[in-house]
Design a protein around this ligand. Sequence first.
Ligand SMILES: [Mn+2]
Length: 430
Amino acid sequence: MTEMISKAVVEAENAGRRDALSRDYDSLGERLARRGIEIDAIKKKVGSYGVAVPSWGVGTGGTRFARFSGLGEPRNIFDKLEDCGVIHQLTRATPTVSLHIPWDKVSDLQALKEKGGALGLGFDAMNSNTFSDAPGQAHSYKFGSLSHSDAATRRQAVEHNLECIEIGKALGSRALTVWIGDGSNFPGQSNFTKSFERYLDAMKAIYAALPDDWRVFTEHKMYEPAFYSTVVQDWGTNYLIAQELGPKAFCLVDLGHHAPNVNIEMIVARLIQFRKLGGFHFNDSKYGDDDLDTGSIDPYRLFLVFNELVDAEVRGAEGFNPAHMLDQSHNVTDPIESLMTSAMEVCRAYAQALLVDRKALNGYQQGNDALMASETLKAAFRTDVEPILAMARLDRDGAIAPVATYRASGYRAKVAGERPAVAGGGGGIV
Ligand SMILES: [Mn+2]
């Protein structure tokens, strides 16, 4: 196993924090025991939890106005995997990487697979890109891709997705995520019905090429790059797509792809109920996109989403097996630090949701005791579960304090010396 951060640094950083953590863990364990909760059982569940890192997330993101490069940015997918290796080594919460084609396209897939294996990383869902033009492609996606009015352009977009499946098969992936930027900027520019029909026809061709043990996730987004109408704009449209395609098709919920104040946790519950929740892109937003780090704005909403997931897990909801991925843009932070804290925020929401007294909650719901139902959720959310998360990391040779350990390691300065700045390279927001 290749360790990106020297074990000596991790051990030295942990040594100074170990005793305090041990006392904090025991103290929390005592308080949870009073609530009838066994802390080691929660730690075990948190320790086995994983969220995928998007390969594009380790590069610095930007807006349509500008992108301000960071130091030592990864030059290619091999560099990206090394950065992902750092994130997983210190947090022990990100065992897989989600690739993006063509940004991560390489000629030697075996070498890529071996690199992942050496870093202890597997490959999560493949992501296709028909929202921008690759150099030299025959037909432009300026006016759409899978729903384009021109059949040859649609065919090109379908074939790109088939290529993503082939690459994923070679790497051991088991899913394809499709997000398109198709839509319109003017009333009348496109026919809503015809464009959705064309999209469904194209997706059916992709679906037909899926291996038996694969799933396809379609991702909705309310607006941008098209600002008047978007072909796959909301969870209702997304559900229709999954229904039309068949049993291997599921809806992917990107938390930032909804209007402000939309009740995302209820959407999650609906999709679980009708066995079409495929997975998540975790992030946070202040307005209407996936620009901000997971849990940075509204950690309570993240908790409420996980409350629905744990509810489904506990009752053994049929067909419940969502894929968990991060998808966010890092414009002003070191992407490795943002992804580590975001992975930990997801783990935190999961741990808090595991603490919900579901029997009591059910009683309050049955008895229409709105205040106590809310307080039952709040009691779980207010619990500082950090000792559980830190102990779960320590048990698996991770860092008690990942960001401090990362800074102490000097990793960013080291790669800044090895990786000359490059232009482009693909990044931003999906
Ligand atoms: Mn996304």
